[in-house]
Write a protein that binds this ligand. Structure first.
Ligand code: NAP
Length: 295
């Protein structure tokens, strides 16, 4: 069996097209323009690329965007003051603070200062709690992107054995919670593995859907999966540079070997990555509708 390639690039393009139309209609019918503020502290090159991509996508879709590039030496109090101004700004419906932050700033203090209604990353404890009880306004972007990729690729999630490698707060735990809900596009039996798991292969070989967010190249090899598995590779690992100086990216899965056994698999790049930014845009549109009392 050679796997069907699940293209995040293509699915993200479809969702962006839908969002573009919705944004145009919100403007026409309600004079409402969703607004996103991105905040970058310091000059980490990868973070600059991510924030740049978020700003560019906002503009392409018709989302109003403001970008704040703040020096690395900024104090926590100054950053909190910026968040406070954005919380009060009616043009801004979503606030995204790019992580990681410099060491002298306590990340949780900043994330918890964002108004939960503007927390389009879905990292505020209020939104984490709402997700847990199945009442989420904003699903965190990467896990939501994974769920949409599965649904829009026609993968049956209801009743499936889903195995997740990784228990981070931004990927592993929230995707486990999302797929566990007694809802359409979920209702799976979910197992979460991590470095404390005794026999990872025992679990991965049972998976109908295997979601890998370990941050380790080749964490999943062909002997770890069963024939017909669906594999979602969240990992992004930079393993070197091309002669032209571009980063060489690989996922967490031994793609070439595993694709021979899988029914479907996401590539890296071009899998989960493009979905993450798209879900941020979707949350920003939702935040604008909530603020305007439309939902
Ligand atoms: P993280 O915070 O480093 O967490 C990694 C998790 O994987 C931890 O829970 C760790 O277990 C577990 N783990 C590590 N090695 C393992 C192994 N061999 N078997 C089983 N579990 C293992 O990482 P993250 O933030 O979730 O990100 C994971 C990967 O996804 C990274 O490559 C990251 O760059 C990528 N990512 C991509 C996107 C995107 O949009 N495409 C978004 C977010 C993250 P312990 O808890 O026991 O340490």
């Amino acid at each position: 069996m050679t796997a069907k390639i699940i293209s995040g690039t293509e699915t993200a393009r479809q969702i962006r097209e839908e969002l573009k139309q919705e944004i145009a209609s919100l403007k026409e019918k309600h004079n409402l323009v969703p607004g996103l503020a991105t905040v970058l502290v310091g000059a980490d090159p990868a973070s600059q690329v991510y924030v740049g991509a978020k700003e560019k996508t906002s503009k392409e879709l018709g989302i109003y965007s403001e970008r704040y590039d703040i020096p690395a030496e900024t104090t926590q109090a100054e950053l909190l003051a910026r968040i406070d101004r954005l919380n009060k700004d009616p043009k801004i419906h979503g606030i995204l603070v790019q992580l990681p932050l410099p060491k002298h700033i306590k990340e949780t203090d900043i994330l918890y200062a964002i108004d939960p209604k503007k927390d389009v990353d879905g990292f505020h404890p209020v939104n984490v709690g709402k997700l847990m009880i199945g009442e989420a306004d904003y699903l965190p972007c990467t896990p939501h992107g994974i769920q949409q990729l599965l649904i829009r690729s026609g993968i049956e999630i209801d009743g499936a054995e889903v195995v997740i490698l990784g228990r981070s707060n931004i990927v592993g735990k929230p995707i486990a919670n999302i797929l566990l809900q007694k809802k359409e596009g979920a209702n799976a039996t979910v197992t979460v593995c991590h470095t404390g798991t005794r026999d990872i292969k025992f679990h991965t070989r049972r998976a109908d859907i295997l979601i890998v967010a370990a941050g380790r190249p080749k964490a999943v090899t062909a002997d770890m999966v069963k024939e017909g598995v669906v594999v979602i590779d969240v990992g992004v690992n930079r393993i070197g540079k091309t002669p032209e100086g571009k980063s060489i990216l690989v996922g967490d899965v031994d793609f070439e070997a595993v694709k021979e056994k899988a029914k479907a698999i996401t590539p890296v790049p071009g899998g989960v990555g493009p979905m993450t930014i798209t879900m941020l845009m979707l949350n920003t549109v939702k935040a604008a509708k909530i603020a305007a009392g439309l939902i």
